[in-house]
Design a protein around this ligand. Sequence first.
Ligand code: GLN
Length: 208
Amino acid sequence: MEEPAATVGVLALQGDVLEHEAALREVGVVVRRVRRPADLAGIEGLVLPGGESTTMSKLLESSGLFAPIAEAVAGGLPTFGTCAGLILLAAKVEDGRPDQRSFAALDCTVRRNGYGSQRFSFEGVAAPVGDALGAGKAPLPAVFIRAPLVTEVWGDAEVLAREGQDGGGAPVVLRQSNVLGATFHPELTSDRRVHRLFAGMARAGGWR
Ligand code: GLN
């Protein structure tokens, strides 16, 4: 019997919402835009898109979404952040604005715009580490746009991919129980491995 599709919310305050919606539909997920607290009811996963983390932090507060999302993430809601979305999930943010807030759900330090001016935005690849994204399989195409650099990982955070053909670079995909984060933008390429992994987390999460 076919499993019922999971309903996944996409935070739609700012950022590349459309691209995530399209990627999620491709992996068989029902998509709902999240703009206010009532939109969180009934979702089984949440995507925090790329954009500008300082702006998103402000809009999360003014929309009243910050507190209920923080509670849901801490309570186990499967949550996937890309780029600015990952910054919103990181335990520590370097080079952020002093008033920038995060859900502190991923045991890592990220440095905003940490690839420096030479590599501010670039198309690279990411090599899977471990089984979740298929170690030894083809590297993931990885579009980095003013990407955060993961400078430290500790505790329960697991590295699922590293930058570079042979994975010699910084961690770029991390998972910690119900939380998944990518420093690049898998929604901007046609490789759906990361979204498929998240769809599986949403289906398995048992969150309502
Ligand atoms: N540099 C942005 C930030 O600090 C992130 C960029 C992105 O999401 N593409 O939020």
